[in-house]
Design a protein around this ligand. Structure first.
Ligand SMILES: O=P(O)(O)O[C@H]1O[C@H](CO)[C@@H](O)[C@H]1O
Length: 319
């Protein structure tokens, strides 16, 4: 490997043309070294090493309010960081302690529809990894496809369908730097099963087990909400909830060997019939996030406490 590019040799010599082509195609991507500059900037401002990362979904930024002694760093001031452009995504990293654990919250994420390529949307995940984060909690607002889901319910993500990946759009595309992870990462145990079980138990103890489900999330590119035909297709494929984020983040986090737990707040029921006249909208999505913030804060704080009390590291079978 040379600067993250494969050192391709043809007839015994390194092929400069191929290098040049890769440079043009992928040279704009974040190298390991570039991300270290971002990490260096952050470390100069935060005195502790975060072990937990939380990505706050649309309207869920208040999860960061749980942090004790918060230090907030706007994305716009961090070297090489993209900026947030979506309502309900403030655009800052907040460091502090959550249930006694050193934590960093992303108050605002990056979406493909904002014009960022997937590798850019996922850049903060590698930054969190380099900072020391081992456990990542990913949250999102999503439309409920499963007819048993109601607005305000929580879906613990047990798996995903990477629709954008079907067309070859993947955050790991391009030269692979082994310092982040392997060329061909497995994805069949992408969501830590032990943490899912623990979250169900926390839900029971909070008396909200009837509002908590386990299901399959899928992500489309957005920004438009889906057509009736698209939603019916996604249902047939086995998706229980649909959104415009998370999947590529989960892939990037697994690639660099983080423990991942994700949940969706069901903010609207997907309209799967032509006769219905209700339409989804982003304001409603954010409102539902606000209505459920108390419950989600309690769930996340209690879950994290138990994850670390129980010493859950890998939720993978056989590890
Ligand atoms: O996935 P998060 O960021 O929670 O946001 C969801 O809400 C927005 C649509 O209202 C989309 O961005 C969708 O992905």
């Amino acid at each position: 490997m040379v600067n993250g590019y494969p050192n391709i040799k043809i007839n015994g010599t390194t092929n400069g043309h191929i290098h040049k082509a890769l440079e043009t195609e992928y040279g704009h991507r974040y190298t390991y070294e570039l991300l270290l500059e971002t990490v260096h900037y952050i470390r100069n401002r935060v005195s502790f090493t975060p072990v937990v990362g939380v990505i706050c979904g649309s309207g869920l930024g208040s999860l960061a309010d749980c942090l004790v002694n918060p230090i907030e760093i706007p994305y716009s001031t961090i070297p090489h960081f993209p900026t947030s452009t979506v309502k309900g995504h403030v655009g800052s990293l907040v460091f502090g302690h959550l249930s006694g654990l050193p934590t960093v919250c992303m108050k605002g994420r990056f979406h493909y529809y904002e014009g960022y390529p997937l590798w850019k949307c996922c850049m903060p995940i590698r930054v969190m990894k380099l900072l020391g984060v081992s456990h990542l909690i990913i949250t999102n607002a999503a439309g409920g496809l499963n007819p048993s889901y109601k607005v305000g319910d929580i879906m613990l993500v047990k798996d995903h369908i990477n629709i954008m990946g079907f067309a070859g759009n993947n955050p790991l595309q391009g030269p692979n730097d082994e310092r982040f992870g392997p060329r061909f990462p497995p994805m069949n145990q992408a969501y830590n099963r032990d943490i899912i079980q623990l979250a169900k138990k926390v839900g029971e103890d909070m008396g909200v087990e009837n509002r908590i489900h386990e299901g399959v999330y899928t992500c489309l590119g957005g920004p438009n909400f889906e057509t009736v035909a698209e939603l019916n297709m996604l249902k047939m494929l086995g998706a229980d909830a649909v959104g415009m984020s998370t999947v590529h983040e989960v892939i990037t986090a697994n690639h660099c060997d983080m423990e991942v737990f994700a949940f969706s707040l069901i903010t609207n029921e997907c309209v799967v019939q032509y006769e219905a006249n209700n339409e989804p909208n982003h304001e409603e999505v954010i409102d539902v996030g606000k209505q459920r913030e108390g419950l989600l804060k309690q769930l996340v704080s209690e879950l994290l406490k138990r994850v670390f009390e129980n010493g859950i590291t890998s939720g993978k079978i056989g590890k």
